[in-house]
Design a protein around this ligand. Structure first.
Ligand code: AMP
Ligand code: MN
Ligand code: MN
Length: 328
């Protein structure tokens, strides 16, 4: 992995140039959208021109975030003339997506800010902190270190980025600094009750129907350490699901006592399979196991996009997991 840039080195580029694109990974989550909004709005506060891009745009569940209307679907973004592109929360260059990569291809400088251990450091400047539980927390560290403005949009976006990536400040990666950051955001006027209600208590009914159909596919290994379920195209069509509806679902089976690894297999248009993996034991490194199939992520949360059909993908991934779990 290439050497990390310092906050000051990144700050120099942010001050030196006038036009920026902030971009995050395909099928964005709260950390992906929250991080681009937080950093982008801070740059706007410095008087810079900013384009907010994502291959799939802003998911419906994050539209409550003020500023989310600024996020453009990359394939529809016109005249993206920018000097600097900043990828956020994006573990691999290709995870930016084809249209996003085309949109930022004219950038003179690429900055890569992320917290995934598997990130190879594909930027001209890289800031990869795998100890940070969310990219949003790195953005908070960057903005405060450089004394950049934290507007209400940046404040709320950072909170949602970190809250969603830490399972509401619960996962083991949550640090003292995370709570101190949250306290500071509250001191800056963040309304905790309101933002949590908008983030977690405003689900569409179809997500409950999705849960029902996932439960019908639920399976568990004999030793009870491995659980998995799957989502087929037919179910997606029947329930009228959108991509974002699967977000967070895996936590239901991850939370079961005795479970070491939970896996979610999903059919995608075009025949690929999306694999979402959660480990509860550091000895089973989800990022490494996903890496065997070209995916990546974190030690305890990782993913893959791999060839189908779903039965083949499932058997290959479960076989690797069984091998690792047997050695515990
Ligand atoms: P997910 O299961 O989609 O919530 O993803 C879990 C974590 O792994 C997230 O931090 C993702 O950014 C990362 N991740 C998911 N899929 C991939 C992939 N194909 N390559 C690299 N990282 C991934
Ligand atoms: Mn993410
Ligand atoms: Mn993240």
């Amino acid at each position: 992995m290439s050497k990390n840039a310092s906050f000051e080195e990144i700050g120099e580029v942010l001050r030196q140039y006038d036009s920026f694109a902030v971009v995050s990974h395909v099928r964005p989550d709260g950390d992906a959208i929250g991080s681009i909004l937080a950093l982008g709005h801070a740059l706007e506060g410095l008087g810079k021109k900013v384009r907010y891009l994502n291959e799939d745009g802003c998911p419906e569940s994050l539209e409550f975030l003020p500023g989310s209307e600024l996020v453009e679907v990359s394939s529809e973004a016109k005249d993206v003339e920018i000097e600097v592109a900043i990828t956020l929360d994006t573990a691999a260059h290709t995870r930016v997506g084809e249209s996003s990569l085309a949109a930022i291809s004219g950038a003179k400088v690429l900055i890569n800010i992320d917290h995934h251990i598997s990130n190879p450091g594909y930027g001209d400047l890289n800031l990869i902190d795998d100890k940070s539980p969310a990219t949003g927390q790195i953005i908070y560290d960057l903005l405060t270190a450089l004394d950049l403005p934290i507007s209400e949009i940046s404040r709320d976006s950072i909170y949602v980025a970190v809250s969603t990536d830490t399972g509401s400040f619960q996962y083991p990666g949550t640090t003292q600094r995370t709570y101190e950051m949250a306290a500071d955001l509250v001191a800056r006027g963040l309304n905790v009750g309101e933002i949590n209600s908008l983030t977690y208590d405003s689900q569409p009914y179809r997500k409950v129907e999705l849960l029902r159909s996932l439960l019908n596919t639920l399976e568990r290994s004999v030793d009870e350490k491995l659980v998995w379920w799957e989502l087929h195209n037919e179910t997606k069509e029947r329930l009228g699901l959108i991509d974002d509806d699967t977000e967070g679902m895996i936590d239901f089976i991850r939370s079961v006592k005795g479970v070491v690894v939970a896996v979610f297999f999903e059919e995608l248009d075009g025949g690929k399979i999306r694999v979402s993996m959660r480990s509860k034991d550091r000895r089973v490194n989800a990022s490494e196991i996903c890496g065997i199939f070209g995916g990546g992520g974190h030690a305890l949360a990782a993913g893959i996009r791999m060839p189908g059909p779903i039965e083949d993908a499932r058997e290959k991934v479960l076989a690797e997991l069984r091998k690792t779990i047997e050695q515990l």
